[in-house]
Design a protein around this ligand. Structure first.
Ligand code: PPY
Length: 308
């Protein structure tokens, strides 16, 4: 039986993402305490795959995930999953129940970032207590050893744990969506579906004027559309960065493989993070001169000259 790890405990948004993964039906689901532990268990072979959050439509990239897959033994993203996010505020069964009485609220940093405006207006006396996940914060309310007054978590978990709901729909942005990815050991790629994404990590060469422009040119001249680009510090020294990039297309497509091969010639440290089906089926249009047939036509023409 396959084993899928996820950022736990039970009741996280990551677990909700895992429940939407078709390959994980009937598999063993293993809740773990952090994204890094989940990814390392994939690397060591303790689990077959891990589901981790990677990007939020409001807050942007989940840096712990972006950084953990950018280095260390190579991992591949094999699927992405979108989950709509809504939050409730829950209290201790035996604790303060009115908003002005709350002095501390535990949750995941990404959840707090998405309710910040609501919290400022409605619970200005409450300090943020960082929890490893929204569910870890909520479970803690049932534990006598924790001291905070409330937690921000998913509505279904609040109901499941029977915690008093002090406020509902507290997200600052309705319709927020988080993108999760299923990560496995680097291996054979999922088949192309015609609506795929490819992720790469590109270290930015230092002291090379125009380096970012040159990287972008490799994509634009081949009609490759980017869906996300983020810079992250490498952690080595101030001013050294890598770019985390998602693009439309699969490595089996000529324009994608040509762009990545050109990038590799420029920057051998480039890291391939997978080609996988996009969560939203989206028939992207590409310039006619970048189709596989166009590449083959170009090569056949050159060959006809060389073969004369
Ligand atoms: O803490 C959770 O429940 C998670 O799965 C991480 C997270 C937190 C906030 C929004 C989306 C995902």
């Amino acid at each position: 039986m396959k084993t899928f790890a996820y950022l736990g405990p039970e009741g996280t948004f990551t677990e909700a993402a895992l429940q939407r993964v078709p390959e994980a039906r009937g598999a063993d689901h293993v809740p773990l305490g952090s994204v890094i532990t989940a990814l390392n268990q994939v690397r060591s072979g303790e689990v077959d795959a891990a589901v981790v959050p990677i990007e939020n439509s409001v807050e942007g990239g989940v840096t712990a995930t972006l950084d953990a897959i950018a280095s260390g033994d190579e991992l591949h993203i094999v699927r992405e999953v979108l989950v709509p996010i809504s939050f409730v505020l829950v209290g201790r069964p035996d604790g303060p129940q009115s908003l002005p009485e709350l002095h501390s609220v535990a949750t995941h940093t990404h959840a707090w970032a998405q309710v910040r405006i609501w919290a400022e207006a409605n619970i200005p006396n409450a300090a943020f207590v960082q929890a490893a996940s929204t569910a870890a914060g909520a479970h803690g309310l049932l534990d006598a050893s924790s001291t905070y007054d409330a937690a921000v978590c998913a509505p279904h978990l609040a109901r499941h744990l029977g915690l008093p709901i002090l406020a509902e729909g507290i997200e600052d942005t309705p319709d927020a969506v988080t993108r999760f990815v299923v990560v496995a050991k680097a291996g054979s790629l999922p088949e192309p579906t015609g609506s795929d994404k490819t992720s790469v990590v590109v270290p930015l060469p230092e002291d090379r004027p125009g380096a970012l422009g040159q990287i972008m040119d490799q994509f634009s001249t081949r009609g490759v559309n980017l869906t996300r680009i983020e810079s992250r510090p490498t952690g080595e020294s101030l001013g050294t960065y890598f770019f985390s990039i998602d693009l439309e297309g699969h490595l089996v497509e000529e324009r994608v493989s040509a762009a990545l091969a050109a990038l590799y010639r420029m920057i051998p440290g480039v890291r391939f993070l997978g080609s996988y089906p996009g969560a939203e089926h989206h028939d992207y249009t590409i310039p006619e001169y970048t189709t596989d047939e166009a590449y083959q036509r170009g090569r056949a023409w050159v060959r006809s000259i060389l073969d004369r």
